[in-house]
Design a protein around this ligand. Structure first.
Ligand code: HEC
Length: 210
């Protein structure tokens, strides 16, 4: 009996190892198990660039470049990825305001006047009266019913703050009821602000250019 079970155990081990060898490929992991005939030789991108475009006169060189261009994996390893997002250049608001033209700003502010009165002592309309708004407390004009979002803001309308707000009011103060998409060009915002500065008795000094 003992002899039979030993034989059976050996048989099981032998069959098991035979299966294991069928399952696991021999050889160096990562090496290709076959050698395709049509694999192009590795491309030395630097030498192609150095010889450009003369090196492409040769059909073999051209073929290698075409093969290279069709092989995204190889490109990925040869080409360094560009920085994901270049940091935006900081805006020099002082310099922008120095250059800005109040008259051009007045023309641009025509759109503001569809909702805002800009005169001293003028009424609130769809939006609050904007006389002297620069330096004024945010959401502070008497008699105007601000949105909860605007009413919850603290502090004053500094140059920086109004410059950022006018780029995209709804994004800067989510929930604002100011239905104006904003001016994306910093120059346009600076011009409007330069005009707003003229509409006040005591505007804060312009920020110095940095
Ligand atoms: C479609 C109407 C509309 C237009 C156009 C509009 N606004 Fe407004 N604005 C409003 C409303 C409404 C509010 C009040 C926002 C709130 O309470 O959320 C407001 C608020 C403001 C405030 C905050 C005022 C305060 O007392 O805190 C500023 C600053 C402002 N607007 C500037 C401008 C400028 C500058 C323009 C033109 C570039 C402009 N707005 C165009 C409707 C408008």
């Amino acid at each position: 009996m003992a002899g039979i079970s030993v034989v059976a155990a050996i048989a099981i081990i032998w069959i098991g190892s035979w299966f294991a060898h069928r399952l696991v490929r021999d050889g160096h992991p990562g090496a290709l198990a076959y050698k395709p005939a049509d694999m192009p030789p590795p491309v030395d991108l630097a030498s192609i660039q150095r010889g450009w475009p003369d090196s492409l006169e040769e059909p073999a060189e051209r073929g290698r470049l075409v093969a290279y261009l069709h092989d995204p994996a190889r490109q990925a390893s040869a080409v360094k990825p560009a920085a994901a997002t270049a940091p935006a250049a900081p805006v020099d608001l002082g310099a922008l305001l120095l250059k800005a033209d109040a008259n051009a700003g007045k023309a641009k502010a025509a759109v503001c006047m569809t909702c805002h009165d800009l005169t001293q002592g003028g009424p609130n309309r769809i939006g609050p009266n904007l006389w002297g708004v620069i330096g004024r407390g945010v959401g502070s004009h008497p008699g105007f019913s601000y949105s909860p979002a605007m009413a919850a803001q603290h502090g004053n309308w500094t140059y920086d703050r109004i410059f950022i707000f006018l780029a995209s009011p709804a994004r800067v103060v989510p929930g604002t009821k100011m239905g104006f998409p904003g001016f994306s060009r910093p120059e346009d915002r600076a011009a409007v602000i330069k005009y707003l500065v003229t509409l006040g008795n005591n505007p804060p000094p312009l920020p110095p250019p940095s």
